[in-house]
Design a protein around this ligand. Structure first.
Ligand code: ADP
Length: 593
């Protein structure tokens, strides 16, 4: 339905989501107050969505009269006829925010702090629904069925889709499970359609797992199976698999809670939301060790702000960047390896370094390889782990993070998108954000003494609070530019090593990839490798590479020449700032213009 269409006393302002049988809109009433409206096309409903024996839509009545801070209040229902078609609508309170699934699509996983808030809010809502005189089962605890209200200080979940909810009464309607994720369904629901308060709580366990690890419990590739339900249940015969990650603040108690929530036997699970909440808040002990550690896949590793002991080839994997590697080797690695030797002569151990420049040019990559070279722990922290737009008041989290890094010392603490964590305080209006910057600055002070070397990465160095860049904090600043022709050649050689034909002309490839950033080159080679496998080949041929470059014309370069020039301009402005002249000095990378 178009914007400005009048539906009853409401005017449609914007389409929010569209499903098979419904469309969700933001609407305003005659007083200009915003609401959320679901417009349902009854012609598209499934029998299971209707009251048996009549055409009353179950969704319209499910949350009537329910008032709870974590549940969107239903304020109105009605019907309209448009172009000879009858539509029904449900109006609920409007919350500014996004679906939890949108957040997961963007960030892949949540910090433990966020998980705690989301799960507590969801359990509070379920406690209320399950304790109605006729218990109401939500049946849609998954990232699509939970909205995050961003108007609150803390991350705040709201249940706002009662399309799958059903009362637990004598009539016991069959559940409507079409479109729900299998990995969230308790076995009795999956096999026999039996829902209960405990199947809702099973889904809360699955949600917790998904939010922490960025993957669903006992997840299997559903494209590989013709009998998904059978295979999902088969996979669950093993103890709950726990990816072997050392996630910030994830302790054994949380693992036990997840294992209990996800117990396959309904009697072994939490009996009600109160019991689950008490365990989550540390008020009761959970005894359930039915989980097992599994080795990481690279996918899960990427998704998590995790601590890992860096094993790998170190700088041998890094193409080009010769001068940067050499400087790191001489100025940082030796000092960090043998601090006692230098401290004796009162040589100051460097605290950290800022890597800046266009995206995809290897800032994260060199930081990881640097940790491998040192053989020390590596903690990668994204802005969302610390100061997402939803959470402020993350000051204690920042202190915890540095404490954790010190506990695992020596540690490389990699802070991605530093400008969003330590934003120039003159840009802040919010006291709590300024407080976070102050905590960061305090923590950055002399962290080398605690065995921490901080690497910040950014595309926007001029947005970082200048105090973070002073001596004694991020002492070293390095511009990481897009690779020049020689750099591209080196990356190509390294990435194609041992998997290409002998007649590869690197000069031609380097010329054909002019303007590519490093990530474009590795992605291009990856696609060429996939094509080779699909064509039953076992070495990547020159013509496959040329063909991939030709076909990727709309994909690469991912950063335009104009944008690259803008990054060079930012660099020039940034380097000329007074604060930086006082700093230890630049290390120019191999192709400083
Ligand atoms: P940034 O952090 O600057 O956005 P990344 O570090 O994520 O960029 O780099 C993207 C990818 O490019 C890396 O995962 C790696 O595969 C490749 N890459 C970047 N620099 C190099 C390099 N010097 N040698 C080999 N591969 C590189």
């Amino acid at each position: 339905m178009k914007n400005n269409t009048q539906v009853g006393k409401y005017k449609i302002v914007a389409l929010l989501h569209k499903g098979y049988y419904f469309a969700d809109y933001r609407v305003i009433d005659e007083n200009g107050i915003k609401h959320y409206m679901r417009l349902i096309n009854p012609a598209k409903l499934h029998d299971l969505q209707l009251m048996p024996g009549c055409d009353q839509i179950l969704e319209l009545t499910m949350s009537q009269g329910i008032v709870h801070p974590n549940i969107a209040r239903q304020s109105d229902t009605g019907e309209i006829i448009v172009d000879g078609q009858r539509y029904l609508y449900i109006v609920r309170d409007f919350f500014p925010g996004e679906l939890l699934s949108d957040k997961l699509d963007r960030e892949a996983h949540c910090s433990i702090y966020e998980v705690h808030h989301i799960i507590s809010g969801v359990l509070n809502a379920l406690k209320f629904l399950h304790n109605q005189s006729v218990p109401l089962i939500y049946n849609h605890i998954d990232p699509e069925g939970i909205l995050l209200d961003i108007s609150k200080q803390e991350i705040y979940p709201i249940l706002n889709d009662f399309g799958h909810a059903r009362h637990l009464n004598k009539e016991n309607h069959k559940p409507y499970i079409i479109g729900l994720p299998l990995f969230y369904m308790a076995p009795e629901l999956l096999l026999r359609g039996i829902y209960s308060t405990r199947s809702d709580l099973y889904a809360v366990g699955a949600l917790m797992y998904h939010l922490i690890f960025g993957m669903e419990p006992w997840e299997i590739d559903l494209n590989d199976t013709t009998e998904p339900i059978k295979d999902v249940l088969e996979a669950r015969k093993t103890p709950l698999p726990i990816p072997n990650l050392n996630i910030f603040e994830l302790d054994d108690n949380l693992l036990r809670i997840m294992a209990k929530a996800l117990a396959q036997d309904v009697d072994d699970r939490f009996q009600n939301a109160e019991e689950f909440l008490a365990a989550l808040n540390g008020l009761t002990d959970v005894k359930c060790d039915n989980y097992q550690r599994i080795e990481l896949t690279s996918k899960t590793e990427e998704h998590n702000g995790s601590i890992k002991k860096s094993k790998g080839n170190g700088f041998a994997d890094v193409a080009g960047m010769t001068e940067l590697k050499q400087r790191l080797q001489e100025d940082v690695i030796d000092l960090l390896r043998h601090p006692e030797k230098y401290q004796k002569l009162r040589v100051k151990i460097p605290n950290g370094m800022l890597l800046y420049g266009p995206p995809g040019c290897g800032k994260t990559f060199i930081a990881e390889k640097f940790a491998e070279e040192l053989g020390c722990n590596f903690i990668k922290v994204d802005c969302s782990d610390i100061a997402s737009p939803y959470i402020h008041g993350g000051q204690s989290k920042i202190a915890e993070l540095f404490k954790e890094a010190a506990k695992n010392a020596p540690t490389i603490l990699f802070l991605d998108e530093l400008e969003a964590m330590i934003t120039d305080r003159s840009r802040h209006t919010n006291i709590s954000e300024q407080g976070e910057v102050n905590v960061f600055l305090t923590q950055l002070n002399n962290c080398s003494e605690r065995g921490i070397f901080v690497i910040g990465a950014t595309n926007k160095p001029d947005m970082i609070d200048p105090a973070a860049l002073r001596a004694g904090r991020l002492d070293i600043k390095v511009y990481v530019p897009a690779p020049d022709k020689e750099g591209r050649k080196e990356i190509l050689k390294l990435a194609l090593h041992n998997r290409c034909a002998s007649n590869i002309d690197y000069d031609i490839l380097a010329k054909e990839t002019t303007g590519y950033v490093s990530a474009d080159i590795t992605e291009m080679i990856n696609q060429a490798a996939i094509t080779t496998v699909k064509n039953n080949g076992d070495t990547i041929m020159m013509d496959t590479l040329m063909e991939t470059i030709k076909n990727g014309i709309n994909q690469w370069p991912s950063v335009t020449a104009k944008q690259l020039q803008e990054y060079e301009d930012i660099r020039e402005r940034f380097e000329s700032k007074k604060t930086l002249r006082r700093s230890v000095g630049f290390i120019s990378s191999e192709n400083k213009p």
